[in-house]
Design a protein around this ligand. Structure first.
Ligand SMILES: [Zn+2]
Ligand SMILES: [Zn+2]
Length: 149
């Protein structure tokens, strides 16, 4: 994934939605793009502090979480509650229900678009009067690379 291109597209996506990719939001998204796989909030915090240096003051965790909420709301990141982490979404502009395939061994994350197969799952939840908290599902397992290693 080309990070620069992604950030450009993300910025115009925000403009189209009447919101703004502020420098902090952009920076956080950029840091998330630089990581492969799962992104943890404390890692982002750490990177930001390191870049700003102590002279420029400390970025408060609530600020980071607010920026992360924005990025999740706009579809750039998926929140993976089960792992207390975030994943960059490569196709943020389209409505989709993704499943995260997370490798236990190397931490690699792949997102598969499961909109069709998940449709019937949500329907069953609905029939049971059950409201899932979040729709980003996670499957843990072993990726192809680790299987052959
Ligand atoms: Zn996605
Ligand atoms: Zn793996």
């Amino acid at each position: 994934m080309d990070a620069e291109l992604y950030l450009q597209r993300a910025a115009s996506h925000c403009t189209a939605q009447g919101s703004r990719l502020t420098p902090l939001r952009r920076k956080i998204l950029q840091l998330a793009l630089a990581q492969s796989g799962l992104v943890k909030a404390y890692q982002l915090l750490h990177c930001l502090q390191a870049e700003r240096g102590l002279d420029n003051g400390v970025v408060a965790p609530p600020t980071i979480y607010r920026a992360l909420d924005f990025l999740v709301a706009h579809g750039f990141l998926h929140r993976v509650d089960a792992l207390n982490a975030y994943v960059v979404c490569p196709h943020f502009a389209c409505e989709h229900d993704g499943i995260m395939l997370v490798c236990d061994h190397c931490g690699q994350v792949q997102e598969v678009d499961a909109t069709h197969s998940l449709g019937s799952l949500w329907q069953q939840c609905h029939q049971h009067g059950f409201q899932p908290h979040q729709r980003d599902l996670v499957l843990t397992g072993t990726c192809q690379q680790c299987q052959t290693a």
